[in-house]
Design a protein around this ligand. Structure first.
Ligand code: NAD
Length: 315
């Protein structure tokens, strides 16, 4: 029996791979090492996992249905964790057709495999971006999410709906997890915390979009992994869960925490708000707490300290 992790060399996927290996699972990691950011970073993410005989790397694309059929017919795959995607709001505005292709077609291919090869449990990586400019805070799974404001968010929303359709038609157990800005070791280099840290450390200006009052629910990677593992362990007919810390941090406060931990002052380049960006994300996590026993514990102050420790060790 194998666990298949798509995008298993990426930020979140590689952490899930490590945790599954530590729990004695056999893993297939399917990743195409795309150039969204330097693929050498992804190779480094899995440099320990690759030494483990229970880990098998397949370099390939979730859009390649023939490859997927080969993988599923030659391995008994019981669980799928599917984070492979094009991530990021702003790049999705620049190249929406690519986002549609990878995120929607790729996810449908994975669901086709789950149907054909009778996967026991399928966990899809969705995003808080589906909430768009939701005025009600905190955001809850029962809120209306039919107004996504970027192509990226729209693809995630579409995937959630397609997941529901496959559950309805084919009885597959499916869980969609709406991640709220995830950070920690291995965070993608273009994401704000990582990018700000690097630029401040190098004495360069950081672009700050808006006046610094926008708020995000930043979720530490260990808490996310905990929620993913609980979702893989427990089958649901079809459920959507928010995975956040359920605390918000203003952008200016985030910058000051990074400054404090680096011991360096930021040079801020104030710029207008960007299209597609939302002013707040804030997760209501009561559903995940009660149904998954999800219990995030990492406060932003501690999480930034841990991130910067990792940044210093690996730069
Ligand atoms: P990431 O870019 O580090 O990981 C994605 C991985 O998927 C990469 O290793 C990439 O090479 C791989 N990939 C991309 N296209 C592929 C394809 N066609 N075939 C096979 N592999 C492919 O991103 P991440 O930050 O780890 O995000 C993982 C998932 O979580 C994504 O679906 C993202 O939308 C979602 N998410 C992330 C966050 C966050 O804060 N990081 C927040 C909400 C949702």
């Amino acid at each position: 029996m194998f666990y298949l992790v798509t995008g298993g060399a990426g930020f979140i996927g590689s952490h899930v791979v490590d945790r599954l290996l530590a729990n004695g699972k056999k893993i297939i990691c399917l990743d195409n090492f795309d150039n969204f950011y330097d693929p050498a970073i992804k190779r480094r993410n899995i440099s320990e996992a690759i030494k483990n005989p229970d880990f098998k790397l397949i370099e390939g694309d979730i859009r390649d249905l023939k490859l997927l059929k080969d993988i599923f017919s030659s391995h008994k795959i019981s669980h799928v964790f599917h984070p492979a995607a094009r991530a990021g709001v702003r790049p999705s505005i620049a190249d929406p057709l690519l986002y549609e292709d990878v995120n929607i077609k790729g996810t449908m291919n994975m669901l086709e495999m789950a149907k054909e090869f009778k996967v026991e449990n399928f966990v899809f990586a969705s995003s808080s971006s589906v909430y768009g400019e939701n005025k009600k805070v905190p955001f809850s799974e029962s809120d209306n999410v039919d107004k996504p404001i970027s192509p990226y968010a729209a693809t995630k929303k579409a995937c959630e709906e397609i997941c529901f359709t496959y559950r309805h038609l084919y009885n597959i157990s499916i869980t969609c997890l709406r991640f709220f800005t995830v950070y920690g070791p291995r965070q993608r280099p273009e994401m704000a915390i990582h990018k700000f840290t690097r630029l401040i450390d190098e004495g360069k200006k950081i672009p700050m979009f808006g006046d610094g009052s926008s708020k995000r629910d930043y979720t530490y990677i260990d808490d996310i992994i905990d929620g993913v593992m609980k979702s893989l362990d427990k089958r649901h007919a079809f459920e959507i869960f928010n995975l956040g810390e359920s605390e918000t941090t203003e952008l200016r406060k985030l910058i000051s925490l990074i400054e404090k931990n680096l011991g360096k002052k930021a040079q801020i380049d104030e710029q207008p708000n960007q299209p597609g960006d939302v002013s707040i994300t804030y997760a209501d996590i009561e559903k995940a707490k009660s149904m998954l026993q999800y219990n995030p514990t990492t406060k932003i102050e501690k999480g930034i300290e841990l991130f910067i420790k990792w940044y210093r060790e690996t730069k």
